[in-house]
Design a protein around this ligand. Sequence first.
Ligand code: F1P
Length: 345
Amino acid sequence: IFEQGSAVANTLEERITNNCMLEIETFGDQVEAVRILACGTSYYAGMVARIWLESMGIPCEAEIASEFRYRNPVVPDNALVVAISQSGETADTLAALNQASKLGYKYSLAICNSPFSQMTRVTDLVLHTRAGPEISVASTKAFTTQLVSLLLLMIALAKRRGMTVDEEAEIVSELRALPSRIEALLQMDKDIAELSDYFADKEHTLFLGRGTHYPIALEGALKLKEISYIHADAYPAGELKHGPLALIDAKTPTIAVAPNNHLLAKLKANIQEVRARGGKLFVFSDSGTPIKSDELIEVIEVVKSGPFTSPIIHTIALQLLAYHVAVTKGNDVDNPRNLAKSVTV
Ligand code: F1P
């Protein structure tokens, strides 16, 4: 978790300074649609990227590799398949890539942390995330560097679809500011550790988010499950009234990922829906957020960042929370029970 400032800086250095995006830019103007395939944490990175690419006018689907490998969907013309994997050895993602090739995807790209893995040998191009070795089973710095790589991919594709030089410069400057913002966020470690006692004896936790922060809520829930063994579910906040509200009681805390963006007003209404039913809320929002703490709502203000890097900042705050809850419970955070680093079967 604490290596993420340098992992992100290394990933950016490789791509921006060494201009490694040029290869993608050469076929970028021919790509008419994108399908992202991945498992677990890597799939959540794909879900965020789908929203980013669509916002740039690039049709995109993100799908769980273990489902896609057995399906025969219609393949658009000039489509790019993107596989995301920390290990590059995940059996379902490799099988899904194989299926994509049989179905006729024209271009393929792997976003991968292991430069010599199987995945890097079967795709046309590779974006190597520079996270360094991930020792622990639960993915952390692999995820945040995947998001950085996906943002760079978005720029490379969007440039050919009318993204202006100014728009590109704005995202690149947000990315350049990211490593120092991550370091600032990591200074909150002690504050987040103080929350862990509250969660350590809970059996269930609900996560809520909207837009690009819904996959971040999913990732926060996955981290809590993986290393703290607390059952956690994440929902798009607008889905609350379609079922999950029934779960709210004094024993089930809710974590809302609530950056101060155009969706905050909607999310505030969802927070009130939980509060009105006596549910305790922990709201992760940017500094300066209009949401206020009270007897049921605890606001955790994280470092303010731009719209594209905010999912990364919020993720790290949730990683710290899952980590401290796991430590409080006495779990082996690097080697959670029943899980393997690479799922190769
Ligand atoms: C996918 C994944 C990880 C998870 C665990 C099991 O792996 O689900 O997200 O943390 O390590 O595998 P990968 O394809 O990204 O290596």
